[in-house]
Design a protein around this ligand. Structure first.
Ligand code: PMP
Length: 400
């Protein structure tokens, strides 16, 4: 059959995730810094096993039944408390449970975007957010970053310009803490500036926060949602990095009116987030499994980050630079302009047995970031980090 005659026009804007394509290559002898996977030793396997039997015994058929679209009420309540422990004021009514925060990104697209919409994001930004939204054909406006996060003075200027053109800015999307892909954390003064700009221009802000739990250094981080006085911040978080990504559990904290819209859009997508998994998270939070897991993960990832930074310092040729993240899972590397990291990838995998994510896909505009790449430091072992960075340095040398 010739599917091309049947597929909707919007499918032309669907792109395979380069990261997912790449994971297929991660055979045993290739060291992959490509995926965004947690270290599996951080999954509280035994406790989840115990919780599973407890949940089935205690909640029985309730845990196997369809559930409310907004989520299991006790979990919404527990997530509101968890948010409060991170400085965010919320009640159960401000929470909707989603299938990972990826679903929340998709729901944002469904709710807010059409062809005349404008989304303002950090540039580079999270690749799968762009992927979710591109099908709705919005104009994406990227704001450059430096080592203090999104350059909010550029944001201010851009918002002014866009407003003057009559643009319909739907929201500002930011991963302010330990950003994917750069690892950079936005400073508190920039956070306040961003909110001021949103306030003055009556804009929504989407704060995507999978990594706010992993700060390795002694820096202060205040969530944007904790500073939000007028209900304009839509806060997204996830159990993927602190409990288990396979359970596919995320949540949104926002004003009640927004939660109602999210629920309406979610009804048509999947009715509810898997009930059994929600009960697992509920018990994980109630028993403090997650709260105890976080400091352990921080310790491990700090050491892994340090190992990767040490290896980069030791092996990389001159002209290569990288970020020094205070948290999260990623380091962002810039190689000399003459190297196209997408072209280099095949050789890196086939000859040098090392993989990474080429940086261009994280950029808002075609052709940007050709000489950049994202490295994940959480999944590989310490030995693989050392050997893999050495291999990567050799690959780069071949292309210099
Ligand atoms: N947002 C960001 C910034 C991410 O890095 C990720 C995970 N890689 C997600 C959202 C989606 O995570 P999940 O769906 O597993 O919650």
């Amino acid at each position: 059959m010739d599917l091309s005659k049947l597929l909707a026009e919007r499918t032309a804007y669907m792109r395979a995730s380069e990261i997912r394509e790449l994971l297929k290559w991660a055979t045993a002898d290739v060291i992959s810094f490509g995926g965004g996977m947690p270290d599996p030793s951080t999954f509280p396997l035994e406790e989840i096993a115990r919780i599973s039997s407890y949940v089935l015994e205690t909640y029985g058929n309730k845990a196997l039944q369809y559930g409310q679209t907004e989520g299991v009420p006790e979990l919404r309540d527990e997530l509101a408390k968890f948010a409060a422990s991170n400085g965010i004021k919320a009640t159960a009514d401000n929470v909707i449970v989603t299938v990972g925060s990826q679903e929340a990104l998709e729901l944002l697209g469904r709710l807010f975007l059409d062809e005349r919409s404008v989304v303002v994001t950090e540039n580079p930004t999270y690749i799968a957010a762009l992927q979710s939204w591109r099908v709705y054909r919005p104009k994406l406006v990227g704001i450059p970053m430096d080592d203090r996060g999104m350059r909010t003075e550029v944001l201010e200027e851009q918002v002014r310009k866009l407003k003057a053109e009559g643009a319909r800015i739907k929201f500002i999307y930011t991963v302010p803490t330990a950003q994917n892909p750069t690892g950079v954390t936005m400073t508190d003064d920039r956070r306040r500036h961003l909110l001021e700009i949103a306030e003055q221009n009556d804009l929504l802000v989407v704060e995507d926060d999978p990594y706010g739990y992993f700060i390795f250094d002694n820096i202060s981080v205040t969530r944007l949602k904790a500073l939000d006085k007028s209900g304009r911040v839509i806060y997204l978080s996830t159990a993927s990095k602190i409990f288990s990504p396979g359970l596919r559990l995320g949540w949104v904290v926002a004003d009640q009116e927004l939660i109602r819209w999210f629920a309406l859009a979610k009804q048509a997508l999947n009715l509810n987030t898997p009930t059994l998994n929600q009960y697992l998270l509920l018990e994980g939070l109630r028993r403090g499994v997650i709260q105890r897991n976080i400091p352990r993960i921080v310790e491990l990832y700090r050491k892994k980050r340090d190992a990767m930074l040490t290896a980069l310092e030791a092996y990389m040729p001159k002209g290569v630079s990288w970020t020094k993240p205070s948290g999260g899972m990623f380091i962002w590397v810039k190689v000399p302009e003459k190297i196209d990291t997408k072209e280099m990838l095949n050789v890196a995998i086939a000859k040098y047995k090392v993989a990474y994510v080429p940086g261009h896909g994280f950029h808002v505009n075609e052709g940007e970031g050709r000489n950049t790449m994202r490295l994940n430091f959480t999944y590989s072992s310490f030995e693989q980090i050392d050997v893999g960075i050495k291999r990567l340095a050799d690959a780069i040398r071949e292309f210099l």
